[in-house]
Design a protein around this ligand. Structure first.
Ligand code: FAD
Ligand code: ZN
Length: 478
């Protein structure tokens, strides 16, 4: 291990002897100072931020996490918690001088309790592994997102992740019964309760869920499990407009309510990018359509196929659906989802993409898409909205690719201008500027513009109480 001296953002040096004290906690092998080894912890999925750190710490136990935070607090050393590093608002990326605290060695599934329908996981467990552990016990852990092969339970809870099953099961927050959290001063709060009912005071776990690592470090969680659906039916639907998709959503609620587990809206532009660049992506429908919906029904009982066919037939008769295909096999269902899951990743092959993760009331989604598309096209003629999202949650990923042939850097330099135009519409429609990705660094300066003043005061008061020295993920969220 080499021990460089690095200046942190308060201008204070993190010197070699302090790093040696952290190394004494985790062991030299797990304190990374080599720049090449640090690199994967310093870049983020979109390449917009590049962090710097004196060291990445990789503790292997909760006791080590506690000792790290105690020392960090005593020495006023900033610490950035990190899980799978898939976050999309750069909350996990350090400012120069911040230590990175990677939780990825805490990767044990502590218990699956199929009778209580709970699973207790370390924070560093990869989401896909948690899903597999639940399935092995004939249960479902329903959180599902395209990054599930690398994001972690700790990161999912710290960002209150959403994804494609929120419609039926809620956000990450709704899937938690208990938490274990290391506080800024190194104390460990053991809140690993399995109880559905426990009205003994404030609901502390919900302070840490969605706090993006600014209030405490989540080290484990008790998660809710559900029965594994016996029947799943998936359709890929072509339609003319978001208004038709919304009509189909209402009809689905009336005809198949309670079994609709996903309702994903996709623009032709976003799907065309996936078909062009996504390995193994094929168009499920014979001809292109301006918009698509991926709808999935699931339940314990059989008979869903008929319900889905009836629903689509009724929607065709009403003139809301132009074409649709129902997956005939598991492979076909996976192929539909593969197209959906690639939508975000493939946008980089089309040059710069300015992203907005917003939500509006479900009924306002068509309005939002129409107004936002017009606004960005006025601002940057030729830009290409490639919107998609979780229509059933009112959540649109309003991502806008650069005009064909444009230079990427000057296009991306317009991010704030375009964001202001889009967010103005979001605000007019009583929506949120961050539906599921969080605030992090990317949207930090926007928060005071959109958040209620009293809410901001309360957030700052909570932060001061739980992290009086400001060592936990400084410069993020607030
Ligand atoms: P990281 O990126 O490592 O960290 C995210 C934040 O959580 C940071 O602020 C970090 O400091 C904090 N943090 C991490 N671990 C802890 C911990 N143990 N204790 C306290 N704080 C911690 N998100 C969605 O909500 N829905 C989607 O559909 C979705 N799709 C995605 C698709 C792709 C292709 C990609 C790349 C990302 C997607 N995301 C989505 C964003 C991202 O995957 C989620 O935010 C995820 O929950 C982050 O988990 P992570 O382990 O990677 O956390
Ligand atoms: Zn999403």
């Amino acid at each position: 291990m080499s021990s460089p001296s690095v200046t942190n953002k308060q201008g204070r040096e993190v010197d070699a002897s302090l790093l040696d004290r952290f190394a004494a906690i985790v062991g030299n092998k797990y304190l990374i100072t080599d720049p090449a080894e640090q690199e994967p912890y310093l870049i983020e999925p979109r390449g917009l931020y590049h962090g710097q750190t004196p060291a990445v710490l990789r503790p292997g136990t909760v006791t080590e996490v506690a000792a790290i935070l105690k020392l960090a607090n005593e020495t006023r050393t900033p610490v950035v918690p990190q899980g799978g590093n898939t976050g999309l608002v750069a909350g996990q990326i350090p400012h120069a001088g911040d230590l990175v605290l990677s939780l990825n060695r805490l990767d044990r599934i502590r218990e699956v309790d199929a009778t209580s329908n709970t699973m207790t996981c370390d924070a560093g467990v990869i989401l896909a592994k948690a899903q597999e552990a639940a399935a092995a016990a004939e249960r479902l852990f329903p959180l599902s997102l395209a990054a599930e092969g690398s994001c972690t339970i700790g990161g999912n809870l710290a960002t209150n992740a959403g994804g494609t099953a929120v419609l039926a099961y809620g956000n990450a927050r709704d899937l938690v019964l208990g938490l274990e959290v290391v506080l800024a001063d190194g104390r460990v709060w053991n809140g690993l309760s399995k109880l559905k009912k426990d009205n003994t005071g404030y609901d502390l776990k919900n302070l840490f869920i969605g706090a993006e690592g600014t209030l405490g470090v989540i080290t484990a969680a008790v998660l809710k499990l559900y029965p594994r659906p016996r029947a799943v039916e998936t359709a890929f639907v072509g339609l003319a407009s978001p208004a038709d998709a919304l009509a189909l959503f209402s009809l689905a609620g009336e005809r198949a309510g309670g079994t609709v587990t996903s309702f994903e809206l996709m623009s032709r532009t976003s799907v065309a990018f996936a078909l062009r660049h996504g390995p193994g992506c094929r168009d499920p429908l014979g001809a292109p359509h301006p918009w698509y919906v991926l709808i999935e029904l699931s339940s314990q009982a059989a008979g869903l196929r008929g319900a889905l066919e009836d629903l689509l037939t009724a929607a065709v008769e009403q003139g809301r659906v132009a074409d649709a295909t129902i997956a005939a096999s598991l492979d076909q269902r996976k192929a539909f989802w593969h197209v959906r899951d690639m939508l975000s990743d493939v946008q980089r092959f089309e040059g710069g993409s300015i992203k907005h993760d917003v939500s509006v009331p479900v009924a306002a989604v068509p309005d939002f898409i129409a107004q936002a598309s017009a606004a960005v096209e006025t601002l940057i003629p030729g830009c290409r909205p490639a919107a998609f999202g979780h229509l059933g949650d009112g959540n649109v990923h309003f991502n806008v690719s650069q005009p064909i042939g444009a230079d990427t850097a000057p296009y991306l330099a317009r991010w704030d201008d375009m964001g202001a135009a889009v967010n103005r519409i979001v605000t007019q429609l009583h929506g949120s500027i961050s539906a599921e990705h969080g605030i992090g660094q990317l949207k930090r300066d926007l928060l005071p513009e959109v958040k209620d003043t009293v809410a901001l005061e309360l957030m700052r008061a909570v932060k001061r109480t739980l992290d009086p020295n400001g060592i936990l993920n400084p410069g993020k969220v607030l």
